[in-house]
Design a protein. Structure first.
Length: 274
């Protein structure tokens, strides 16, 4: 009888562990998928081939889209792209220089929808191309976009972001030299680890964020692009899944521990007539 009781307790524990694994498996799958880079929403054939010269004329690009532009050394080149909560955008730029030139320092800066400059978490945001160098590569990895933040904070928030590419400290002889630029933005999804309570009433999109209206009375949106699945801004994150899984595992552990303690605490049954 004692052997049979121990076997039933072991079977109960095994069932608890098996149930936990079945629940944990589907929950872990989205987190693994979110760690991959975002796919290109459109082909390079539709990619822009020009850049704006100010915030208001910035060329809109999708994440995962390669944009090119021709300009002159000394010009400011602007692009804009949408970024949603939980994303960690990476901006990469390549500048192709003419055959003969002096040393040039190139720099990319990223601004949010309120035109607040966002610091790069890491990456070569500014690099110097030596005399005669054919090209220079730049990169800026932003902090994870938050669904909500304190008004006084400078955290990146959902909305439109601007990329500005320019040369700094040019020699007078290099002003106006023809250059070519290539820009691409990709993101990784940070998942529930970056989720916060609260969300913005509206994403920081110029026009919508500032409350301006057009003549017809509708919001005067100055940037029309948005994420492929729309703005989420904290409505859902896999943090809810992991919270539920943690609660279920705690309940199963309690049931298993109670079953083990109950089986071990009973005195052995003495057969009749012993």
């Amino acid at each position: 009888m004692r052997i049979a009781r121990n076997l039933s307790t072991g079977q109960m524990t095994a069932r608890c562990v098996g149930a936990a694994l079945l629940v944990l498996g589907p929950a872990a799958a989205p987190a693994a998928a979110d760690s991959s880079p975002s796919a290109s929403p459109s082909g390079d054939d539709a990619a822009p081939v020009s850049a704006g010269t100010s915030f208001r004329t910035a060329t809109e690009i999708e994440q995962g889209q390669r944009a090119t532009a021709n300009g002159s050394a000394g010009d400011y080149l602007y692009w804009s792209f949408p970024a949603d909560a939980g994303q960690r955008p990476t901006v990469r730029a390549t500048v192709r220089l003419p055959g003969e030139h002096a040393a040039q320092a190139w720099q990319i800066d990223v601004y949010d929808g309120l035109r607040r400059r966002q610091a790069c978490q890491y990456g070569a945001q500014k690099r110097t191309a030596g005399a005669g160098t054919a090209s220079v590569d730049l990169a800026c990895v932003l902090r994870t976009v938050r669904a909500w933040s304190q008004p006084w904070a400078n955290d990146p928030l959902p909305g439109t972001y601007y990329v500005r590419l320019t040369a700094v400290g040019l020699a007078t002889s290099d002003l106006g030299l023809p250059v070519g630029a290539e820009v691409r933005v990709d993101s990784r999804d940070a998942g529930g680890s970056a989720a916060v309570d609260g969300r913005l009433a509206e994403p920081l999109v110029p026009g919508v964020a500032l409350g301006t209206e057009s003549e017809e009375g509708s919001p005067a949106v100055l940037a029309g692009l948005e994420p492929e699945d729309g703005w989420t801004s904290g409505r859902w994150s896999d943090r809810w899944v992991w919270t539920g899984v943690g609660g279920l595992l705690a309940a199963l552990a309690g049931i298993g521990g109670h079953a083990l303690a109950r089986g071990a605490g009973r005195p052995p049954r003495v057969p009749p007539g012993a």
